[in-house]
Design a protein around this ligand. Structure first.
Ligand code: AHG
Ligand code: MN
Ligand code: MN
Length: 353
């Protein structure tokens, strides 16, 4: 009788090495049906966009015309970098002929880009921040791309894309690409959060961390404290608490993707609160906060505006912003408790008057 086949050690390693992104999506869905194939293709396309952006970033300092500003302002009123434009176009170019999407909406475009009539049109919408943390680009520090996929609802005949103005619970997939010492792609299709590392020798994203869970608590608080005097008292109370208690440490890179990535693996909290002048803060709901909130919840963490779960916020316009508190459940709850306490005090003071 022949013994049952026993894989040897290197075969396990080989199996992991062969777990590419598209294979992983199909494995997770345990299906080869049309929806599973679509998601697998969509993720594969996003991976291609990530590789193209990573390739340019890796040589940008040696290339003419890759770094610096374009001299234009985007719809957010922010100065546009050449890499913002390049990365924005990469995603369009990758998806234009894919037959997967009907439109792409990005931080860098006033209106969504509709797939032209001479190209195959799909039923999904890609929402993305082509380069997150663009102030880091010129100095070779980590940046990212953030993405979310939603299904088109209705016909969008007037081109208003009003069906996108729904809560983050409508996302069917979300994630980011981190361009750091290595390039990583982290994604979720609502079945946990998984990280892939780009193996440059293969040109493939290979599974490196499966089913990541955010620790319930972590030491890091990540916030731009330069804005201290712009914030409401509740946030200032929280920061004072951080300063006065042992066991906390600050980390802030200027790129949300990098700061969130640290927290995803090691716990803690990232905050971009509203300010007195900008109560909604800086980060955009559809391309930044909601996709990362989807990941945070899938990893057992939380994302909040300070008073409401980010995934329940309904944007009033495509480029809507929202305050963001995201990370470990205990640390997000601690920030919320300071905000709620101040709001309770204000309500009491108003009642007395
Ligand atoms: P973007 O480059 O897409 O405009 O995003 C930058 C965001 C985010 O990545 C980062 O956390 C934050 O802006 C930094 O802003 P401050 O410089 O105001 O801290
Ligand atoms: Mn951004
Ligand atoms: Mn950006």
């Amino acid at each position: 009788m022949v013994d049952a086949y026993q894989p040897i050690d290197h075969e396990y390693a080989l199996d992991r090495d062969c777990t590419t992104l598209s294979r992983h999506v199909l494995q997770q869905l345990q299906s080869f049906g049309p929806d599973a194939q679509d998601l697998s293709t969509l993720m594969n396309r996003i991976a291609l966009a990530g590789k193209l952006v990573a390739r340019r970033l890796s040589r940008a300092g040696l290339m003419a015309g890759a770094l610096g500003f374009t001299g234009e302002m985007n719809v957010q009123g922010e100065s546009v970098k050449k890499m913002d434009v390049y990365a924005n176009e990469v995603f369009i170019s990758v998806f234009k002929q894919s037959g997967m999407v009907c439109r792409l909406a990005s931080e860098e475009m006033d209106e969504p880009y509709y797939i032209p009539e001479n190209c195959p049109v799909g039923r999904y919408t890609l929402l993305y921040d082509p380069i997150d943390g663009s102030s880091n680009v010129d100095i070779n520090i980590n940046v990212g791309s953030i993405f979310a996929i939603r299904q088109q609802e209705g016909e969008d005949l007037d081109g208003s894309a009003s069906d996108l103005l729904q809560s983050g619970r409508k996302q069917i997939a979300a994630g980011y690409i981190l361009y750091g010492p290595s390039t990583m792609l982290v994604y979720s299709i609502g079945r946990g959060v998984h990280a892939f590392t780009l193996d440059p020798s293969l040109g493939e994203f290979i599974l490196s961390n499966e089913d990541i869970k955010i620790p319930e608590h972590g030491p890091v608080y990540s916030v731009n404290e330069g804005n201290f005097w712009q914030w409401d008292e509740g946030i200032r109370d929280y920061i004072r608490y951080m300063h006065r208690h042992d066991g906390y440490t600050a980390r802030y890179s200027g790129a949300l993707v990098g700061d969130f990535h640290r927290i995803l693996f090691q716990g803690g909290v990232f905050l971009y609160p509203g300010s007195v002048k900008k109560p909604e803060g800086k980060l955009r709901l559809l391309y930044e906060s909601a996709p990362l909130a989807f990941l945070a919840e899938q990893a057992g963490g939380r994302a909040s505006t300070g008073i409401q779960d980010i995934l329940d916020v309904i944007p009033d316009k495509l480029h809507a912003r929202s305050p963001l508190v995201i990370g470990s459940t205990e640390d997000v709850a601690l920030v919320e408790s300071f905000i709620q306490e101040r709001s309770r005090q204000q309500t009491e003071a108003t009642a007395v008057r």
